[in-house]
Design a protein around this ligand. Structure first.
Ligand code: ADP
Ligand code: MG
Length: 319
């Protein structure tokens, strides 16, 4: 479950055997949210913790942020154990939580100054305007935060998490419920920070987000890490796409021309073919389909998605 031969001093975050049991209600009983998570996040990486709702992403992040108390296990942030050196650990990390907390009566500039004060950053070392520029809020520096759009508020949260110049920025579902344009803007902000040397860790339930932005992806499900590897390696596992061909007239057997592909006759009027995205099989399938002279009613493709990966991974544990 760890990238090959990463030494401890090369790790931004190291999580070992992390467990969390929420007390839960009398009716539901205790909730085992994390079942012994191990994660090694290298310095300088752009790391995604990818998983569906309820997987345990926020619990993991909130333990690192000191917002949730762990039940067992340990975590180190930039080499500082969160129990033994909580202050040092906290100084090494900036966290953007899933919920946006913004005081409507402060301006963005005031909020950043206040936050810097909380972290004891001396006035001369504050980066208020630099950070506002980074998230492109310099024009809004002095307006009431309540007038900011949803996307601007999220960007302000990113700036707020960076006031003490931590080497690690952690974002919990930064683009959940955000429209496509804003998502791309935020990704650009994160890429810029990453280029400046910041280690970025984000949680997401969008495979696309992890794929687009991150170089290492850990997949978490039901409180367990079921995969953790470089994006290339993970994507090579899911280099598949399905073509579905709806026919105008029913057929009884698979046409010989299509047998050389991984094809199934799902119904007398529907052929499904699994192709490799990389090998550019699409053209070969279409050529073959043309030659069969079948009358096509409709043709669609379906990407392999997170759910398929989960199914594949849970079928072959550790594989
Ligand atoms: P994710 O962020 O991946 O959606 P969470 O970490 O929020 O997952 O939740 C993991 C599990 O813990 C879920 O079953 C959730 O219902 C439960 N959980 C989260 N927060 C609490 C809480 N404060 N009290 C009780 N259960 C919680
Ligand atoms: Mg969450």
């Amino acid at each position: 479950m760890k990238p090959a031969s990463t030494k401890n001093q090369d790790l931004a975050i190291k999580i070992t055997g992390l467990e969390k049991v929420y007390a839960g209600s009398k009716k539901s009983g205790p909730n085992l949210a994390l079942k012994g998570i191990d994660l090694e996040i290298p310095k300088g990486s752009l790391f995604a913790l990818l998983g569906p709702n309820g997987a345990g992403k926020s619990t993991t992040i909130n333990i690192l942020a000191g917002l949730v108390k762990k039940t067992a296990g340990s975590a180190e942030i930039w080499g500082y154990d969160i129990d033994q050196h909580p202050r040092n650990a906290r100084n090494m990390i900036g966290v953007v939580t899933q919920e946006v907390f913004i005081d409507p009566f402060f301006t963005p500039a005031e909020m950043l100054e206040l936050q810097a004060g909380l972290y004891g950053v001396p006035k001369a070392e504050r980066r208020t305007m630099e950070l506002l520029k980074l998230v492109r809020l310099e024009e809004q520096a002095n307006v009431y935060s309540r007038t900011l759009s949803g996307g601007m508020k999220r960007r302000l949260m990113v700036a707020k998490a960076m006031v003490h110049s931590p080497p690690i920025l952690v974002l919990d579902e930064p683009t959940a419920g955000v429209d496509v344009e804003l998502r791309h803007e935020l990704w650009e902000n994160l890429r810029t920070l990453h280029k400046q040397g910041v280690t970025i860790v984000l949680t997401t339930h969008y495979l696309e987000e992890a794929e687009e932005l991150c170089d290492i992806i850990a997949i978490i499900n039901h409180g367990e890490v079921i995969a953790c590897e470089s994006k290339q390696k993970l994507l090579s596992r899911i280099d598949e796409k399905e073509i579905r061909i709806e026919l105008k007239k029913p057929i009884k057997t698979m046409p010989a021309l299509l047998k050389k592909f991984r094809s199934q006759l799902e119904s007398p009027t529907c052929i499904a073919i699994q192709i490799s995205k990389e090998a550019n099989d699409m053209g070969r399938v279409l050529d073959a389909l043309n030659k069969t002279r079948l009358e096509v009613h409709d043709l669609s493709t379906r990407e392999t998605d997170l759910e398929d990966i989960f199914i594949q991974l849970t079928r072959k544990p550790g594989g």
